[in-house]
Design a protein around this ligand. Structure first.
Ligand code: KG4
Ligand code: ZN
Length: 330
């Protein structure tokens, strides 16, 4: 069986064909980075318009690369939320229309649950701690089984990837600047500035990155950026990841967690992966392959098959939801 999956929750138009056995036959990502770079972040209305232009060509490319004709697709899936509402509608509407025309089932998928799924598929150990670090989300979740989640904490302001992007912008790099910060940090001293992640009084496991971002801005104003940029990047990155690791540690103390499962664009960061291996030597760590870390449609298709095996199809009047809560995935 084959699934055609579509992901348009933010600024990338993605389509993928995956097989029931979990093979990724194609994973097409049409990036809009150039469009949004001049605004320093995603401009929602422009993202929505580009999805309308790109969606059909990207679907064609995914089918062609997989060498699977539309008639051979058994299941259609798309991200239903969370995300930018006008972006979500294009992918979701396209999947519904294709499924309806082909008389095949359709499934709406939660983007955050899908980010965790590739690593979870490898781990299969429960309970595990899901750690989602992306441009839109910073979430810790207790995974009791496939599809069974208990929310632990989130960010109260910026997502960690958003903080990376904004700091990159302060240092003169275009959006999205996370990978640039990682590269620049390799040349700097992580202890040069005593930056720290934010504490949230009401929940010690919750995240706050806006103060850290402002601390980098104030420090930048006191220094000559030509010399200080690598140190600023390295110190910011250390502070952000130490904060994440501290909150993972605390979760390990509070819950009977047997493995750590990661998802989201930021977890590609090699410095973070090494820090986790150092700090949690006794806990199995599962990172997604790089191609399935950032937004992509293969993760949507893989999760769709797991839901489909439990005989779950979505009704055609399912609507997109920009704030779809993670724990309501089932
Ligand atoms: O998961 P993703 O593609 O999109 C969302 O669902 O938000 O994550 C994109 C985020 C961006 O903020 C980008 O700067 C960040 O992931 N990112 C990184 C790295 N590569 C991508 N952040 C830190 N280090 C990296 N190597
Ligand atoms: Zn994402």
């Amino acid at each position: 069986m084959y699934c055609l999956a579509i992901e348009t929750s933010c600024d990338d138009t993605c389509a993928s064909v995956v097989s029931e056995k979990g093979e990724v036959l194609s994973n097409v990502i049409s990036s809009q980075n150039e469009t949004h770079a001049k605004f320093g972040g995603v401009f929602p209305e422009l993202a929505a318009r580009e999805h309308v232009q790109n969606c059909v060509p990207v679907i064609h490319e995914a089918l062609n690369k997989a060498n699977v004709p539309l008639e051979k697709i058994d299941l259609f899936a798309a991200t239903m939320g969370p995300g930018l509402i006008n972006s979500l509608l294009t992918g979701l509407g396209s999947a519904k229309a294709l499924a309806y025309s082909q008389k095949k089932p359709f499934l709406g998928i939660n983007h955050i649950e899908a980010h965790l799924y590739p690593a979870l598929l490898e781990s299969k150990i429960f309970p595990s701690l899901g750690v989602i670090l992306s441009g839109g989300h910073t979430i810790l979740v207790l995974i009791e089984d496939f599809g069974k989640y208990r929310h632990i904490s989130s960010t109260i302001d910026d997502a960690i990837g958003e903080a990376f992007d904004k700091v990159a912008c302060l240092l003169g790099y275009p959006y999205p600047g996370g990978a640039k910060i990682e590269a620049l940090a390799k040349k700097g001293d992580p202890q040069a500035y005593p930056f720290k992640g934010g504490k949230v009084k009401s929940n010690p496991l919750a995240f706050s990155f806006s103060g850290l971002k402002t601390a980098v801005l104030y420090q930048k104003q006191k220094t000559d950026l030509k010399q200080s940029a690598p140190d600023l990047a390295a110190s910011f990155q250390r502070a952000a990841f130490e904060d994440v690791c501290e909150k993972i540690s605390l979760s390990l103390k509070n819950h009977p967690i047997k493995s750590l499962v990661f998802g989201g664009g930021v977890v590609q960061n090699q410095t973070f992966q090494k820090m986790c291996s150092r700090k949690f030597p006794k806990t199995p760590l599962h990172f997604p392959p790089s191609k399935l870390s950032s937004d992509n449609a293969a993760m949507i298709g893989l999760l769709a098959f797991s839901k489909w095996k439990k005989k779950k199809a979505s009704p055609f009047d399912l609507t997109a939801s920009s704030r779809l809560p993670f724990f309501l995935c089932e």
